[in-house]
Design a binder for this molecule. Structure first.
Ligand code: BLA
Length: 316
């Protein structure tokens, strides 16, 4: 049966009639994310030496319980990169997932490169961003250092790949003024457009990396470390991919992939807990509220203006 992944609760994005799906899957299933990963590794190697990460051995031979879905992982490090890792999934039913991220070493306050694409035969859910390590709404210097020159790039793709509508409000704190948050029905043209956006965003990140010089001040390194740990803590706890991974590899392996591969460092880079960072999620019994969002979904339209100024409701 065609029950996966369209049976993940009552998802609005599965509103294409069941009869349509096989044809669309056939037409678009060749649109994989392999080319994205290939480009990213080649292009990154033009800028730095990538050494295999020790995670590769541990997670290199993942397989799905259905025996058909393909899971592929890549992981590397370099002098400025703590971890570059990629998880791509090709389902037998047309599902395609790419979760690609680059985490800088703590000496660098570089943004975190983030590409998250979830695709079924009916819909694509896309986040592409240079996630800011520090607050871009209040810290003008940080914004100027990494984003001001990229605003035109963000505007270009923001028009071609329009804002995806209301989103978990908490997520906005982790997004930059050039974030691409979009949803669209499967389409070859959009797939190519997304590829160009991915190429341009990655090239931009690599240029920032080339220019970055390592911090030597121990207290500033600590601030970077804590910011990255907070980011990892958020994503390891609330990433929307949990449910899909659980279905594919089971609860135990899903947790391991999330903690030790996708968001590797969450147990090592700091000792603060999710509740320490996000106390609003604390239940009366002290456990973490399982809701993804305490605020709810918000930001129907893009909360950044064309100059990259935040114009949404306050996030605190
Ligand atoms: C949906 N993924 C989403 C949404 C966002 C993201 C914003 C829309 C739902 C929402 O508003 O929360 C992505 N959220 C992010 C990212 C950050 C964030 C990148 O806070 C960074 C800070 N997505 C994946 C992977 C899978 C996946 C690996 O990255 C599957 C293995 C699935 N994402 C997925 C699914 C949905 C989704 C199934 C739609 C269902 C849902 O909303 O829960």
């Amino acid at each position: 049966t065609n029950s996966f992944p369209t049976n993940l609760g009552s998802r609005k994005w599965s509103n294409v009639s069941a009869r349509m799906r096989p044809a669309m899957a056939e037409a678009t299933s060749s649109l994989t994310y392999q080319k994205f990963v290939q480009f990213a590794l080649e292009e990154t190697r033009n800028h730095t030496h990538l050494a295999p990460s020790s995670l590769q051995e541990r997670f290199g031979s993942l397989s799905a319980m259905d025996g058909r879905t393909q899971l592929q992982v890549q992981s590397f490090e370099s002098p400025k990169i703590r971890l570059l890792r990629s998880l791509s999934i090709e389902g037998s039913d047309g599902m395609q997932v790419l979760d690609f991220a680059i985490f800088p070493r703590a000496e660098f306050d570089l943004p975190i490169f983030c590409a998250n694409f979830f695709t079924t035969s009916a819909i694509n859910i896309v986040v592409l961003d240079l996630n800011p390590l520090h607050d871009v709404i209040s810290q003008h210097d940080y914004k100027k250092k990494y984003y001001t020159h990229l605003i035109p790039l963000g505007l270009k793709y923001g028009e071609l790949l329009p804002w995806g509508g209301r989103i978990t409000a908490e997520s906005m704190k982790f997004f930059s003024p050039i974030v691409i948050w979009t949803k669209f029905p499967a389409s070859e043209q959009k797939h190519h457009l997304l590829y160009s956006a991915f190429v341009d965003y990655l090239k931009s990140w690599l240029e920032l990396m080339d220019r970055a010089s390592g911090e030597t001040d121990a207290s500033r390194i600590m601030v970077n470390l804590e910011a990255q740990h907070k980011y990892l803590t958020w994503r390891a706890e609330k990433d929307p991919g949990h449910q899909v991974l659980r279905k594919l590899v089971g609860e135990i392996h899903a947790k391991e992939i999330i903690k030790s591969f996708l968001f590797s460092g969450v147990d090592e880079l700091g000792s603060r807990t999710f509740i320490d960072y996000f106390p609003e999620y604390k239940c009366d019994d002290g456990t973490v509220n399982q809701k993804r969002s305490m605020i709810g979904k918000s930001f129907q339209s893009r909360p950044w203006d064309t100059r990259g100024e935040f114009i949404g409701d306050s996030l605190s």
